[in-house]
Design a protein around this ligand. Structure first.
Ligand code: C2O
Ligand code: CU
Ligand code: CU
Length: 452
């Protein structure tokens, strides 16, 4: 249901209960958009109008356009809920230069984590007018999710461990499937966009028997392709890759171990999971155009006029987690998560309050944000409404600067680390910034900057 009028993109989306059959013969009740996890594809310069209906019984919801430069009142803020049974239109323009791998998900106050782990998420691809990437490479979206299902097929509530570490599911899925297969010819190049849509899983990834070239990040193409051996994709991050299948046989996208500062028992086994298998034939692929050496120019945002500091901390009800006994608590279901045992995730000592403005900014102003992680675990930091540039990482007095310029909307801040980012908000209104471990966002690690 997309309109045929050029320059105008219209669609209808409904958030509704649905059913997926993941285990043999067992139905799992989930929440979906139009019965699926849709992929929306629009173009730079389009005006987007999406008619939305909340068909979730008994819960408000919103649609947040993660990473997209949409006006604040169209961005699905927690303060703008669509009640159960309610409708609204989300409308915005896609400016020149906005082509990127975005996504969308609910953002209702206190319910974001649950609605996402029950299935609500979709992909929003904004395509450029002229794509420098050869069309012969295709353009494949790989939406990485992790599902937890109980033996009876239902999706269980979150536990204490889930709230502390973020909820990590049991089944790592790609576009809803376990280890899907793809067939490629020898020497073939494919464009793969990887999306970490999980609530809290850190994905350190590698392609066995294939080579990866990074061409883009959250906010679109980088300046020039970079060969990489592995990558870390934290919750909400995306990468745009060219994968070259130069060896016959099976090429597998697999997970590697990553130490993200797990608290208490129940640390998931991260390494060695197969996400996807490409079966590479002996037949050589037809010749395709090479990847251009330059993809696009990314200008520096320039000198900041304001510096802000955001200190991330976690409190565990007066105990630090080292002295806290977690035995026997990991299966306790928490009905009042924000209160339970005083467990809180804070920014500058404060827990999120929808009625409080934490920072006041000006549209068009370049700012340096220092995100200081004083907690014992990594927190992927996300800002709404814009894309930023990472300036540097500092840990234990050692400063590292990124080797390439990129647009990002989410950056992992390692425990004990400070990450400095440059950003500019071009559109006025209240914008959220938060940890994208959605349980941490729900437990308070979120704030509001009012852009005037
Ligand atoms: Cu994808 Cu406020 O987040
Ligand atoms: Cu967002
Ligand atoms: Cu966090």
């Amino acid at each position: 249901n997309q309109s045929a009028v050029p320059g105008i993109f219209k669609a209808e989306l409904a958030a509704e209960p649905g059913v997926v059959r993941f285990a043999e013969g067992i139905d799992t009740p989930v929440l979906l958009y139009n019965g699926t996890n849709p992929v929306i594809e629009a173009h730079e310069g389009d005006r987007v109008e999406i008619s939305f209906r909340n068909g979730i019984p008994g819960q408000p919801t919103t649609i947040h356009w993660h990473g997209m430069p949409v006006p604040a009142d169209q961005d699905g803020n927690p303060a703008d809920p669509v009640v159960s049974g309610g409708e609204r239109v989300y409308a915005f323009e896609l400016p020149e230069g906005s082509a990127a791998s975005y996504w969308f998900h609910p953002h209702p106050h206190g319910l974001t984590a649950e609605q996402v782990y029950r299935g609500l998420a979709g992909i929003f691809l904004v395509k450029p007018k002229d794509d420098p990437i050869p069309a012969e490479y295709g353009d494949t979206v790989l939406m990485l999710t992790d599902l937890r299902i109980a033996p009876d097929g239902t999706i269980p509530e979150s536990t204490m461990t889930d709230f502390m570490n973020g909820r990590v599911g049991d089944h790592l899925l790609v576009n809803g499937q376990k280890n899907p297969q793809m067939a490629v010819a020898l020497g073939e190049k494919r464009r793969l966009r990887l999306y970490n849509v999980t609530n809290a899983r850190f994905l350190r990834l590698k392609f066995e028997n294939a080579s990866m070239t990074l061409i883009g990040t959250d906010g679109g193409l980088i300046e020039a392709p970079i060969a990489i051996d592995e990558l870390l994709l934290t919750p909400a991050e995306r990468v745009d890759l060219i994968v070259s299948f130069d060896k016959p046989g099976a090429a597998k996208l697999i997970t590697l171990e990553y130490e993200r500062g797990w608290m208490g028992p129940g640390k998931p086994d991260e390494a060695g999971k197969i996400l996807l298998t490409a079966n590479v034939s002996d037949e050589p692929a037809a010749a395709t155009p090479p990847l251009p050496a330059k993809l696009r120019a990314i200008e520096s945002l320039g000198k900041p006029v304001v510096t802000r500091r955001f200190v991330l901390t976690e409190t565990m009800g007066g105990m630090n987690h080292g002295s806290m006994s977690m035995q026997g608590m990991d299966h306790a279901t928490m009905s009042m998560p924000s209160d339970s045992m005083g467990m809180k995730f804070l920014i500058n000592g404060a827990s999120f309050d929808m009625d409080r403005i934490d920072e006041v900014s000006k549209a068009g102003q370049v700012e340096l944000w220092e995100v200081i992680n004083e907690a014992d675990m990594d927190h992927p930091f996300h800002v709404h409404g814009t894309q930023f540039q990472v300036v540097e990482h500092e840990k234990d007095g050692k400063v590292t600067t990124p080797s390439y310029r990129a647009w990002k909307d989410t950056v992992n801040v390692v425990a004990g680390e400070t990450v400095r980012i440059l950003l500019r908000q071009d559109l006025p209104g209240p914008r959220m910034y938060h940890c994208h471990i959605l349980e941490h966002e729900q437990l308070g690690m979120m704030g509001t900057v009012d852009v005037q």
